[in-house]
Design a protein around this ligand. Sequence first.
Ligand code: NDP
Length: 254
Amino acid sequence: MKLKGKVAVVTGASAGMGKDIAYLFAKEGAIVYAVARRAERLEELAKSAEGFEGNIIPIVADLTKKEDAERIIDFTYNDSGRLDILVNNAGIMDDFSPVGDVKDEMLEKVFSLNVYAPFYSIRKAVNIFLKQGRGNIINVASIGGLYGSRAGAVYTASKHALVGLTKNTGYMYAKKNIRCNAICPGAVETEIATGDFMKNVNQEGIGIIMPSTVGNPRSGKPEEIATVALFLASDDSSFVNGQCIVADGGWTAY
Ligand code: NDP
């Protein structure tokens, strides 16, 4: 068991990769505080982990709100008396708009969830980690955080920001026994395409980006990202810090 007795927060745990990360972590012995807005989905997930060495505790939160991004960390620490692993996974896509077409509402919402929420949660968590003398942060970024044309301007900028925060945090706290890494997935079969801004995509933007998807050998399953998260969460990756691990089936190797 790779995470026996560890306390983890996993955001965006009601669907997709976050759900599989929370499930796998609990299977590996962790006490997982699973965060999302849809309470019933989280309750179902908690039930699915019954009988595991670890368990899943739902926290309902809207991470576009600063107070919620901070509360999830405070609640976990107060409830369990410790915090070992923070997985910032919750995120939404934009509508593929180039910068000239971006509406303020989308800019604010995507940045609130994809950048500000991890920022506020990490800030809280790091101060707990410093007191404890250890901690581990995993951010789910994207290959859109490493390359310029996997999404629109807002999503691309938000994931580049998360990659920057990952590297800065990894290095700043490297001597404090705190690690911070990112996973950069390629296309993964989840509910992300049903997000608010994907319902009405920018035709010009998607037209420019779509040809780059032709070279993608295949899409991934959320469980194939969960195993990468487990590696980063466990001591197996003790010397890996400030890095972005691409999991894309080889797409960006082209
Ligand atoms: P899904 O849409 O399947 O799941 C998103 C999760 O985020 C859900 O649990 C959702 O729960 C939660 N969430 C959304 N909005 C909020 C909010 N305001 N407050 C709290 N939780 C919220 O997405 P994926 O699993 O695909 O995405 C996970 C991460 O992976 C994201 O950061 C995404 O950008 C990234 N990614 C995804 C790729 C893909 O191809 N799928 C590729 C590369 C990166 P609820 O609605 O219940 O709140």
